[in-house]
Design a protein around this ligand. Structure first.
Ligand SMILES: [Zn+2]
Ligand SMILES: [Zn+2]
Length: 339
């Protein structure tokens, strides 16, 4: 049997192990992807540390996957071998439950699958992917460019385009890290008056380079007060994982403003009086399904939005993961397989 390399986590909190496995065959409704690149997302730590219930180990993480369709299971209509595809966090759905019937595939009630959590993900030479969860990847993007767009990209893009902001509205992006550096680019290219918010004056040139029209240094300035000087933000895209930083910005919403949360904090403080006085809301956002990823990729081709990446070969997965977890990566970390 032909073999492949896979990076598995043997048990919760266990180390990465690079092992040799048989190349898997696609099951009905699935395809096999020959993986070329896979981003390392902070959410991979959920698999690494065993923080989601029901994960079966050993498990191969990875949900920012880009590669080539290599083999096709029974009953798959859309895909052909040789096509460039990607798969993100959303790893499949049933298509017949009430949520799916309403088009809310992300909330599938019977089989809400997550790549690299419910089944083996992209830290490997090959992976098996449910056909309905795959996105077509345009030729204009390299595999390294496309990979981070499969999670960080679609999350920020899809959140912003569903936020209710319209061209010319003030949109603030809180945080300039892996998510935020994409959020600022998308917001500016969507035609919003884009304000970057981060800690320190030294991040201002980066914010400007990414397309922000204004910058707020939340260390030396009160971000809420500064936003109100612009009339308040119609949308604040909160990408940070710091609850205090979120609460500090929330007061900068405009009338009818929406505080959109994609940074996973366990709790945060809000001021209900402010919300009801300004008819404001706080909302969370799920990344998106396959067609949202396709839209993200094609908008990125159209507008020139690109993730800034640090690239590591699969053999250096431990170092690459630690780099991501350190928070020092600028800005996404991507594994390449050499395929
Ligand atoms: Zn992710
Ligand atoms: Zn369903």
């Amino acid at each position: 049997m032909p073999k492949m390399r896979a990076v598995q986590i043997p048990r919760p909190k266990g180390p990465f192990e690079i092992v040799e496995r048989e190349i898997p065959e696609p099951t009905p409704g699935s395809v096999r992807i020959k993986v070329q690149a896979c981003g390392i997302c902070h959410s991979d730590s959920l698999t690494k540390e065993g923080m989601l219930p029901g994960i079966q180990y050993p498990r191969v993480p990875g949900h920012e996957v880009v590669g080539i369709v290599d083999a096709i299971g029974q009953g798959v209509a859309r895909w052909k071998t040789g096509q460039r595809v990607g798969i993100g966090w959303h790893g499949g759905h049933c298509g017949y439950c009430d949520s799916c019937g309403r088009g809310d595939f992300f909330a599938c009630q019977t089989s809400s699958l997550i790549s690299g959590v419910s089944f083996d993900g992209g830290y490997a030479d090959y992976m098996i992917a449910p056909a309905e969860a795959m996105a077509s990847v345009p030729e204009e993007l390299s595999v390294v460019e496309a990979a981070p767009l499969m999670c960080a990209g679609v999350t920020t893009f899809n959140c912003l385009r569903n936020s209710g902001a319209r061209a010319g509205d003030v949109v603030a992006v809180l945080g300039l890290g892996g998510l935020g550096h994409l959020g600022v680019q998308f917001a500016a290219k969507m035609g919003f008056r884009t304000i970057g918010i981060a800690r320190g004056k030294d991040k201002e040139p980066l914010a400007n380079k990414l397309g922000a029209h204004h910058y707020i240094d939340s260390q030396s300035q009160d971000p809420a007060a500064e936003l109100l000087k612009f009339g308040g933000a119609k949308v604040i895209l909160a990408t940070v994982t710091n609850a205090e930083a979120m609460s500090a910005a929330c007061g900068g919403l405009s009338v009818n403003g929406v505080f959109m949360i994609i940074g996973a904090v366990p709790t945060m403080q809000i001021a209900p009086l402010q919300l009801l006085g300004g008819r404001q809301s706080v909302k969370g956002w799920y990344s998106g399904v396959a067609v949202d990823s396709q839209d993200t990729l094609s908008f990125s081709v159209l507008s020139g939005v690109r993730s800034m990446n640090e690239v590591y070969p699969i053999e250096q997965v431990t170092e690459a993961y630690e780099r991501m977890m350190s928070g020092k990566a600028r800005f996404r970390v991507v594994l390449t397989m050499g395929n």
